[in-house]
Design a protein around this ligand. Structure first.
Ligand SMILES: Cc1ncc(COP(=O)(O)O)c(C=O)c1O
Length: 360
């Protein structure tokens, strides 16, 4: 057989027909597309980190349980004593782990629509049935739609980002409680944006037998080290730990995360600046006539009105600014752009470019 024939025979059609996850090239651009923290650490901290990284034992496998991180993380996030954690190579890996658990069971996974794309992407990859759950006109949980959807899909797993990506809003607490109390599925409250909201559902993982909480350090300045976590009752965690790859958090990441937690005040300070900047950016966009959706995350969605989102997206690229064009990704996101909240000077550059594009 030729290699082509072997690939045809051995790689499933859904994989051959699919495409790899696309990340646009942002070299030299102001990067406002991926909800990263724009700030680096002061030089003195970077020097100290360099020394710590140089001392890492790269010849050894890392600690499979990343024990050195556990206690400081629990303290910093005020995780209740009765809850346990497992770590992932980003929360993407935790999502993959949770969904992979359903392979071959015939059980499905649900998530709001629209929501973070990886829930559906990974379900498709693992051939686990996926069901989208509708949102109402305020992008809140549509209770009747969810009850119908849950009845039909009978899912084993439901992801609920709180706040949601890409809409930025929090789902109302009473509706969320109604869903939690009416399903036998495991509910994963995805608090990826916890640093930018006062909402906190950790106590639900204590109170409800079917709730766990997922978090990430990606949005507070550690996207490059890929570190996410699942927080839940030890009985849940022990099961998921069985299907985790043994050395999934490499020693450089473990060291960087441990170091960052020793300097958590820097992370908090930077998240605080982003929250401030979210307000300023929202005001300045609104003053220009754009409709900006209320956000509890480190991004805002802007409706482009009589401007074309796609044209603005392309125009911004010419100005070396990369944002996310949501137009075409979902009917309810037509003609919108998602803007990561960056540093004030990045917002200023964005606003100046928008003004030029609109006037020119
Ligand atoms: C809601 C939500 N969950 C999870 C993630 C993935 O985060 P990580 O970088 O930890 O894989 C994202 C990333 O944007 C997200 O928006």
């Amino acid at each position: 057989m030729t290699r082509e024939e072997l690939i045809q025979a051995l790689i499933p059609e859904r994989v051959r027909q699919g495409a790899a996850y696309q990340v646009p090239d942002a070299t030299g651009m102001i990067k406002l597309d991926a909800m990263e923290n724009p700030y680096t650490w002061p030089q003195s901290l970077r020097d100290e980190l360099a020394t710590r990284l140089a001392d890492c034992e790269l010849n050894r496998y890392p600690d499979p349980h990343a024990e050195a991180i556990r206690t400081p993380l629990k303290q910093w996030m005020e995780i209740p004593e009765t809850l346990d954690l497992i770590f992932g190579n980003g929360s993407d890996e935790i999502i993959a782990l949770l969904i992979s658990n359903l392979i071959g069971t015939g059980r499905s996974v649900c998530a709001p629509d629209p929501s973070f794309v990886m829930f559906q992407v990974l379900a498709n990859q693992y051939t686990v049935p996926f069901r989208a759950l509708p949102l109402d006109s305020d992008f809140d949980i549509d209770i009747d739609g969810w009850m119908d959807g849950l009845m039909e899909a009978d899912p084993a797993l439901i992801f609920i980002p709180q706040p949601n990506n890409p809409t930025g809003n929090l789902f109302s607490k009473d509706r969320l409680a109604q869903i939690v109390e009416s399903t036998q599925a495991l509910i994963v409250i995805d608090e990826a944006y916890t640093a930018f909201t006062d909402a906190d559902y950790l106590d639900w993982a204590v109170r409800y037998p079917n709730v766990v909480v997922m978090r990430t350090l990606s949005k507070v300045g550690l996207a490059g080290s890929r570190f996410g976590m699942l927080i839940g009752h030890p009985d849940w965690i022990v099961e998921f730990d069985k299907i985790r790859l043994p050395y999934n958090i490499n020693v450089l990441s473990q060291t960087a995360v441990q170091f960052a937690l020793e300097h958590a005040s820097t992370l908090e300070e930077q998240s605080g600046m982003i929250r401030q900047e979210r307000m300023r950016l929202t005001t300045l966009l609104t003053e220009r006539g754009y409709t900006v959706w209320g956000s509890e995350a480190n991004f805002v969605v802007m409706e482009c009105g009589d401007q074309s989102a796609r044209a603005l997206f392309e125009g911004l690229k010419q100005h070396r600014i990369l944002v996310k064009c949501l137009d075409g990704s979902h009917p309810r996101l037509a003609n919108t752009l998602r803007l990561t909240v960056g540093a004030p000077e990045e917002s200023d550059a964005l606003l100046a470019a928008l003004d030029q594009l609109v006037s020119g």
